[in-house]
Design a protein around this ligand. Structure first.
Ligand code: GDP
Length: 193
């Protein structure tokens, strides 16, 4: 995908303040620190457009980006922070779920998981939840540069078993591995929507 333009549109918490014009959207979701901002920035070719934050949980809004004037990326709040009050966690969950369940322009979701970790309960729940809403979902195994080749493919195979039948793609923000394949998958989701 050739990126002619990528701009931040707005942040929103409430569905009433989501962008109104009906262009297709691709949403990104995953645990905090999984590499979501890194992936989004790499895909958009814009360093720092989606923030890479060392302090988890700083911004918990839904962030909308317009790409090539024709579709949007949607950055959903990361989940799974430790030391966050239950009430606030519940609010994020509601924010994520009300976007995912009610957004007519949503073409698909990229669910990010860290390649080094065993499938986590929250991620598996998210995947099942997306399936139950019939929302197309791709799993992205992030930080693929952190494992040696043998370990990487072993882990990928475990993830495939856990998330089947969803498709899994590798990504590294360090080497750029997977970027072209992920763009072509996004193109497919946008085309299907
Ligand atoms: P987010 O909280 O999901 O948006 O995660 P970030 O994109 O902010 O990344 C969290 C941390 O992991 C940062 O220190 C990143 O530099 C690091 N990181 C993200 N992606 C990669 C990757 O592909 N490879 C490596 N080695 N580090 C990464």
């Amino acid at each position: 995908m050739k990126i002619k333009s990528a701009t931040f549109i707005k942040s929103a918490v409430d569905p009433r303040s989501y962008p109104r014009n009906p262009v297709p959207e691709i949403a990104f979701v995953g645990r905090s620190n999984v590499g979501k901002s890194t992936l989004m920035n790499r895909l958009m070719n814009r360093q720092g457009l989606a923030k890479v934050s060392a302090t988890p949980g700083k911004t918990q809004t839904i962030n909308f980006f317009l790409i090539n004037e024709s579709f949007r990326f949607v950055d959903l709040p990361g989940y799974g922070f430790a030391n966050v009050p239950v009430k606030i966690k519940a609010r994020w969950k509601e924010m994520i779920e009300s976007y995912l369940s009610g957004r007519e322009t949503l073409s698909g979701v990229l669910l990010l998981v860290d390649i080094r970790r065993k499938p986590l309960k929250e991620d598996l729940q998210m995947k099942q939840w997306l399936e139950s809403y019939g929302i197309p979902c791709l799993i992205i195994a992030t930080k693929s540069d952190k494992l040696k080749t043998g370990e990487k493919f072993r882990s990928l195979s475990d993830l495939k078993n856990a998330y089947s039948p969803a498709e899994i793609f590798l990504f590294s923000g360090l080497t750029g591995e997977g970027k072209d394949e992920i763009w072509s998958q996004i193109g497919r989701l946008l085309g299907a929507g």
